[in-house]
Write a protein that binds this ligand. Structure first.
Ligand SMILES: Nc1ncnc2c1ncn2[C@@H]1O[C@H](COP(=O)(O)OP(=O)(O)OP(=O)(O)O)[C@@H](O)[C@H]1O
Ligand SMILES: [Mg+2]
Length: 224
């Protein structure tokens, strides 16, 4: 389980003024739960997700990932923990431009053991098919629509079978109908594997599919 108590995060804007983005945020995420986080643009949702996924650090607070305290871990242990624990769908996708959809979806498995890498190809094909990209395996991102790139990013987030999937507006580039279908497929993939999903969204319909909903505003998270 993920257990955060009193998470704080402050950034300094280029003009020098400080901005307290997270001010004592507490949240528990149990295996298999689907949580939605909503909040206005600039509220700090992506920042919170990056900190939860160990891509950024809280300034203060206690954060435990499956019983392991995260502060004080060496960079190497932290990145190993991140790689085997979290799958991330970034708001800006961050796909490799020079690689096909299939190679992008498989990419995180390179960081795992050989046995995992061997499984990665059939698993990536299965995931891409599940997200409606079975005939786009060889297409690089430049030849994919934004919504297709987003679906490749979702397949990539699932490739290492993470216990926690953190998804930052995973349906933001999709039309309402495709967005709902992709989200249903993502939720189903998470429920099947008892993976928890924390999804940031502006979409009320997406939020309604979650087990619990939170709003991030003025640096704190409240249940809605
Ligand atoms: N490293 C940083 N340095 C300075 N300012 C930052 C930094 N990271 C984020 N910010 C600012 O903090 C605010 C919160 O950013 P964040 O991306 O977390 O918001 P968000 O809730 O995800 O917004 P959106 O819904 O538009 O994606 C923004 O106003 C952003 O400009
Ligand atoms: Mg964001």
């Amino acid at each position: 389980m993920l257990r955060l108590r009193g998470g704080r995060k402050r950034v300094v804007l280029p003009n020098g003024s400080p901005l307290q983005l997270l001010d004592s945020v507490s949240i528990d995420v149990e295996p298999g739960e689907i949580l939605a986080i909503i909040g206005r643009s600039g509220a700090g949702k992506s920042t919170l997700l990056h900190c939860l996924g160990l891509m950024d650090d809280f300034d203060a607070g206690d954060y435990e990932v499956d019983g392991e305290r995260v502060d004080g871990l060496s960079d190497a242990r932290r990145s190993a923990l991140r790689g085997r624990t979290f799958g991330f769908v970034f708001q800006q996708f961050y796909l490799f431009e020079g690689r096909t959809a299939l190679a992008n979806a498989m990419a995180p498995a390179q960081h795992g053991p050989w046995s995992e890498l061997r499984q990665a190809r059939p698993r990536a094909i299965e995931l891409l098919e599940r997200f409606g990209l079975g005939d786009r395996l060889d297409s690089p991102p430049a030849l994919l629509s934004a919504g297709e790139q987003q679906r490749v990013a979702i397949a990539r987030a699932l490739i290492r079978e993470p216990r926690y999937v953190l998804a930052d507006e995973p349906t933001g580039s999709l039309d309402v109908e495709t967005g709902a279908a992709v989200l249903r497929a993502l939720i189903e993939a998470c429920r099947e594997g008892r993976r928890a999903l924390v999804v940031v969204t502006h979409d009320e319909a997406v939020a309604r599919l979650a087990d619990r909903r939170y709003r991030l505003a003025d640096g704190s998270l409240s249940r809605v």
